[in-house]
Write a protein that binds this ligand. Structure first.
Ligand code: PEP
Length: 251
């Protein structure tokens, strides 16, 4: 486990939301309420990484980016490389989020290149995997996830400093989280797959998809869940702090 080696991990993905004033307030409130918490990380839009860095300067709380380039420098207009993120103090990066896959057409091969760049720069990437509603209805879910893991991690030697986030696409932003049984089944499959790559590898597997202050405790109580990736509920400090406090009670 990453974090304080005890508490489960909590990542707050702010997506493309907020402005400097709002995100300054949000970050300050979270830090004030949680204090020292190295099992929590914030993922602001890139333009506000400097601001989060400034507020977290004295804190053990981490932060990271929501995406990374597939190359480390050169003619890649509009992209931000893993080494630039490290330069900005990032510890983590989200790779292959469903919005990147489905809205921006990122495929597993591109995601694998991004994973490799993150690892080479010593960032901890959080690889997101998850099935669509149709894939679930067709009963393909274990094959879909195994394929995303196999290709997405093709260039990664195990054991490695990474995390996996299981985020069913139909649960993201829908207000309808997967059931504890669905989460447990898929996390078991992912843990088993990871163990086959290297016996000793202890890689955290997070759950994401409509996690909120009301359902966090039930989700974090599942032994196969090592933490949560939170979208909408990370934009309200009271909600996010409640989720993080719940995570600190589970290890
Ligand atoms: C996410 O953005 O990864 C996510 C899980 O969003 P939400 O919590 O809003 O479903």
């Amino acid at each position: 486990m990453i974090g304080n080696n005890k508490a489960k991990f909590v990542a707050g993905n702010w997506k493309m939301n907020g402005d400097a004033a709002q995100l300054r307030t949000l970050t300050s409130e979270i830090v004030a309420d949680l204090g020292e918490c190295n099992n929590v990380a914030l993922f602001p839009p890139n333009t506000y990484l400097w601001l989060v860095r400034e507020i977290l300067r004295e804190s053990t709380m981490g932060y990271g980016a929501q995406n990374v380039a597939r190359a480390d420098n050169g003619a890649h207009t509009g992209e931000i490389s893993a080494s630039m993120l490290v330069d900005m103090g990032c510890r983590y990066v989200i790779v292959g989020h469903s919005e990147r896959r489905h809205t921006y057409g990122e495929d597993d091969t591109l995601i694998a290149a991004k994973m490799q760049c993150a690892i080479l720069s010593h960032l901890c990437p959080i690889l997101c995997v998850g099935e669509t509603k149709t894939q679930r209805e067709n009963g393909d879910i274990f094959e879909v996830i195994t394929q995303q893991l196999t290709v997405g991690l093709a260039h990664i030697p195990f054991p490695q400093h990474i995390m996996i986030a299981y985020e069913p696409v139909w649960a993201i932003g829908s207000g309808k989280a997967a059931t504890p049984k669905q989460i447990m089944q898929m996390h078991e499959v992912i843990h088993k797959w990871l163990a086959q790559q290297a016996n000793e590898c202890k890689i955290a597997v997070l759950y994401g998809g409509s996690v909120n202050a009301d359902n966090a405790d039930a989700i974090l109580s599942i032994p196969q869940v090592d933490g949560v990736l939170v979208g909408g509920s990370s934009l309200k400090s009271s909600e996010f702090v409640a989720i993080a406090k719940s995570a600190c009670a589970h290890y």
